[in-house]
Design a protein around this ligand. Structure first.
Ligand SMILES: *Cc1c(COP(=O)(O)O)cnc(C)c1O
Length: 432
């Protein structure tokens, strides 16, 4: 068993100064117990922790690192940009270049505003939708995550169409009184909500493939109802592709499912591992953003030269050497291997996958929404997670996250991962 003493010491030190020892809660291993691994280096498909252990990485910084770590083209672009100055607070050519790449890849995005995170993107898109429609209410889906925007931080797990209640202290009832939480993949709940509140709904925000309750695929009827009802009632459709954008396809999930959202939010891959988010959509809607229009949104570091350099280098690499076919093959191999490994040990499971995002759920039934996701065996997941860590595989530390395959992974690494999972699951089964 590899030593992780330095990680343990580092965590103790961090705990004294940083709440929970981490700068984002997903890193804290809360769902699996134990001490988070501290990393010092990444290269291609690998990460090295501060004790010198190497792992095959499937977290990919929670999505951005589709090219693998420290990709030479991205590193070079960032270093060159840094040497020219890190921030001017004035327009640069690189911002337009990144906008051009985004608009070319995602045709529903005619105009785009760059921000600094996915959270900022969804927050701004919601404000814009309200400003544009002059309406207050928004619909979101249980188990979908759109960053830590107050009005979107509402109880996931409710299976009925209810007026939401805050699920974080500090989020006031007033802030979320206009947020309706509905079950994912349920066209009837959507019909009912629009029938009751149709003329007050500014927008529906959704993950086109859910990745934040584990990977959950959308049903065709659900996507159809979303588009039809939003259009019929004059509400904007906000497709949150912060995770799926440039991940499941060059054009995002909307290109796979032929969606025509009014607004799209992006993040993660568009920043190539630096802090970038973006929101964009129909020019006529986007022109309501200040200073073209009146909806306020600003950012001292928005469109920052380092971040745009990393984003442009990543998108150009994806465009010139599309990895999507290979990612599909690698990920299908991994999905099948994990499923067979669980089956070989008689462990109830189901695997969901879209392109290079996937989840092995410890559930005997298909996972279609938050209700079914929440019935998974999370204890077994925790044991599985630690078994893989011992065997040099770094997976997301929660049953309710998708894992990511990168273009730097190889069939050999996928097979090693499957072997590690087979070993781990066999041990779990024998322990009962
Ligand atoms: C990660 C994520 C966000 C939030 O992005 P941050 O950069 O973490 O603020 C929003 N929406 C979805 C779908 C995400 O996966």
């Amino acid at each position: 068993m590899p030593a992780r003493e330095k990680s343990e010491q580092a965590f103790q030190r961090a705990l004294k100064l940083i709440p929970g020892g981490v700068n984002s809660p997903a890193r804290a291993f809360g769902a699996v117990g134990g001490t988070p691994v501290f990393f010092q280096r990444g290269e291609g498909p690998y990460l090295w922790d501060i004790d010198g252990n190497r792992y095959i990485d499937y977290v990919a910084s929670w999505g951005p690192m589709i090219l693998g770590h420290a990709h030479p083209r991205v590193v070079e672009a960032v270093c060159q940009a840094a040497s020219r100055g890190t921030s001017f607070g004035a327009p640069t050519l690189a911002e337009t270049e990144l906008a051009e790449l985004i608009c070319e890849a995602v045709p529903s995005v005619e105009k785009v505003r760059l921000v600094n995170s996915g959270t900022e993107a969804t927050m701004s898109a919601i404000r814009l939708a309200r400003g544009y429609t002059g309406r207050n209410k928004i619909i979101k889906f249980a188990g979908n995550y759109h960053g830590h925007v107050d009005s979107l931080l509402v109880a996931a797990g409710s299976s009925a169409a209810t007026l939401a209640v805050p699920n974080s202290p500090g989020v006031t009832p007033g802030t979320v009184q206009d947020t309706l939480v509905l079950p994912y993949n349920n066209p009837q709940a959507l019909e009912d909500a629009f029938a009751r509140h149709g003329d007050q709904i500014a927008a529906v925000i959704f993950e086109p493939v859910a990745g934040n309750m584990g990977c959950v695929l959308p049903r065709e009827e659900f996507l159809e109802a979303l588009q039809r009802l939003a259009r019929h009632h004059g509400a904007l459709l906000i497709c949150d592709e912060v995770m799926t954008g440039f991940r499941v396809a060059w054009g995002g999930a909307q290109s796979l499912f032929k969606l025509e959202p009014d607004l799209t939010t992006l993040g993660k891959i568009v920043g190539g591992g630096l802090p970038v988010g973006a929101y964009g959509g129909r020019a006529e809607v986007m022109d309501h953003v200040l200073p073209a229009g009146k909806v306020f949104q600003a950012g001292t570091l928005s469109g920052n030269p380092l971040a745009t350099a990393a984003g442009i280098a990543t998108l150009q690499e994806l465009k010139e050497n599309p990895p999507y076919q290979r990612l599909e093959e690698l990920s299908a191999r991994l999905a099948q291997g994990l499923s067979e490994a669980a089956a070989a040990s008689g462990i109830p499971h189901t695997v969901a996958r879209c392109g290079s995002m996937l989840t092995l759920f410890f559930s005997p039934e298909p996972v279609v929404d938050w209700d079914t996701a929440s019935r998974c065996d999370t204890k077994r997941f925790a044991a599985y997670f630690w078994g893989l860590i011992q065997r040099g595989v770094y997976m997301p530390c929660s049953q309710f996250e998708a894992l990511f395959v990168s273009a730097a992974h190889t069939p050999e690494l996928i097979d090693q991962t499957i072997e590690a999972a087979r070993d781990t699951l066999a041990q779990l089964a024998s322990e009962g």
